[in-house]
Write a protein that binds this ligand. Sequence first.
Ligand SMILES: Nc1nc2c(ncn2[C@@H]2O[C@H](COP(=O)(O)OP(=O)(O)OP(=O)(O)O)[C@@H](O)[C@H]2O)c(=O)[nH]1
Ligand SMILES: [Mg+2]
Length: 450
Amino acid sequence: MDEKQLQDDLKKRLTKKLAALFASYLFQPEDMENLLKWKPMVLMLGNYSSGKSTLINELVGQDIQRTGQAPTDDSFTVITEVSDQEGARSVPGATVINDEEMPFVGLKAYGERLIAHFEMKLIDNAPALSNLAIIDSPGMLDSVTEKNRDYDYEGVIGELAKLADLVVLMFDPHKAGTIKETYDAIRTVLPMSAMEDRIIFVMSRIDECDNPGDLVRSYGTLCWNLSQMTGRKDMPRIFLTFSPTLAREQEVHGLRIDERQELKEKILATPKLRLSHILQDVDRQINALQLTIEAMATFSAQGRRLARKGLSVALAVSLFLFFFLDIFVQRFAGFPETSFLASLLSGEVVARLLLLPVAGFMLPLFGLGLFLSQWQIPRLAKRHAAQPEGLMELDTPYRKGVWLKVRERVVELIRATRLRDLLFARHRRNLAKIDRFLTRDMQEYYGKIR
Ligand SMILES: Nc1nc2c(ncn2[C@@H]2O[C@H](COP(=O)(O)OP(=O)(O)OP(=O)(O)O)[C@@H](O)[C@H]2O)c(=O)[nH]1
Ligand SMILES: [Mg+2]
């Protein structure tokens, strides 16, 4: 099976076995579907004028993207090879974002303003992009001094980073990481959206450093800024590169530092990672569902325990009332003519006589239902909605990470739970289903890509 087939097969199996389950726990089906759509993608991010568009033109071997010294690009551009007979062309944002075959439907939420800043360029003669798309992005700005964007830029790069198999984050020696949007992106957006090992850092335009000392200082500044932004002590690899056609000399101050080729190879090898990324992402989604159900299972179990306790008391009262109303009312009030029990013993059952005792029997049960649904369960729900962590054991950093993504959903589910859902929900059975999928189906796919 080739990669495309595996991808389609996995999609079918997921839909068949888990789609309904995802939906019943309020997961958006698009979250999963978008992961399984279309081609491998590389997202280029970075400061304005850091050389993103220059590198893309070089990768593609054509001058597709405009380049320039001031902030040049204010649009997201998806670039890939044309696959139909219609030839090279540009496709407007509205068409791309509304196309259900493509993974960008999630961007609809960002409104008209974004659509005006989004397009797709389908190009000829770019074999490197037959199974790869590169997304060029507007350079990051210091929004304190520069004009504010008119759409939620961070939200958009977060969505795109979720879809990307590789995020290339570019800097240049002139602005080694002090840009406000870059800071926010690295600090908050990327860790939520992209896996750490899918981000690579690049310092480009190093030929513009005046001397080796200047280069070392810029590199040091970037490292320091990155550690401030990521909060990590270990430094990720930073590719040091420059454009061979733009640099005045081909060896930067005789230092022979040039990782351009390696960087390009890494970017173009992205399709190889696609399947394992899909499996990782699917795994993460399933884990999120699993954690959600675990929380709901604990909540339900507590609710059922309350119901059981209530039921044993209510049943005792019910039995008492049954006999009380049957025997004592007859005896003391002389009505009706005989008790049901007596009629039963004499071998002649008079159903009419059941009326009063059964009413007495039912009363406590109704009372219990009311008490549970109007008082006890809402109270339990309120307590857990305020502090849903109490439902879970968050013993590993991984579980904690997943939990952050599902917490809101769990709260919503708890708030929406009625007594009936709580009594009849089958969370444990659902967990077993997921377990089976993880241990059988997913392992099978991991085996296939190994
Ligand atoms: N000397 C030199 N100039 C470069 C290099 N890479 C890019 N440039 C120049 O730097 C300027 C900015 O490059 P772009 O590729 O437009 O940068 P960008 O990151 O796309 O910028 P925005 O689209 O504004 O975010 C252009 O004038 C390029 O010609 C390089 O490695 N060396
Ligand atoms: Mg650009």
